[in-house]
Design a protein around this ligand. Sequence first.
Ligand SMILES: NCc1[nH]cc(CCC(=O)O)c1CC(=O)O
Length: 309
Amino acid sequence: MTVRTTVRVLRMGTRKSALAMIQSTGFAESLAYRTGTDVETVGVVTEGDVNGAPITSFGGLGVFVQAVRGALLSGRVDFAVHSCKDLPTAPAEGILTAAIPAREDPRDALVTATGATFDALPAGAAIGTGSPRRTSQLLALRPDLKIVPIRGNVDTRLHKVDSGELDGVVLAAAGLDRLGLGDRAVERFAPERLLPSPAQGALAVECRSADGPVAALLARLDDAGTRAAATAERAALARLEGGCSAPVGAHAVVRDDSLELTVAVTALDGSRRLVRSHRGPAVQAVETGRTVADELLADGAAELLGGVR
Ligand SMILES: NCc1[nH]cc(CCC(=O)O)c1CC(=O)O
């Protein structure tokens, strides 16, 4: 006879976009496989999902996060899955990051109408992205490009390429991969060329700080290397006082017990770029993040962040 000591179904909160649903469902499957816990998905509809207005007009990505966290704090769900890079760097009262699972491809990807790689794009090609970080770094590499601000889910953005409206779009490789669209990427930018968003490709799984049993269960899916990398990248961003809309790219590589972090701050028009790297023990990820940010501030990063800081 099989005796189950913890017969329990956990309720998982997530945004309802296709990408959010696919990545949270993937996490739920890993949790079920590793711990035997069954998961019920609760989709949280947010203002941003409903009104489709430009993201800056209703308070930025924070509204998505707030709605899901609200469901967590009110007890409507037991844990919540977010894209780590969408979380504000400030800690949230009563909430714990219980797991940062092994990260997927952190790079940015280029999708083009003709299959042209980045260097082969014709002069003046129209490339869509709504991200100041991508815009500034793309212009630093290719000042001739015409950057077109776009927003929307992955399908909407790809459609602008397929319909001929744009020559290409740049988006997170992890998003394409999770949706099974990885082969649409003509190129994945080497991180040193186009530094990804801090924590791009990583998930953050949150629960109530007071909920010890759930925290312990989720912690079994934590990946120490990914947590160290994401922590260093986000500590640099926090020190630079940038949100997810700052032109700040960061990428950490963890090998054994050592972490190497590279961070760039780029002027919005691509005309100036500051880059710093630092190596430290993986257990001192926060300190390494702050060190790199302080070096960038000493180099004059605040001036480049001026308009957006
Ligand atoms: N900016 C929105 C966003 N938030 C998370 C992802 C997917 C990648 C990830 O989880 O890091 C995306 C899409 C994109 O940037 O193209």
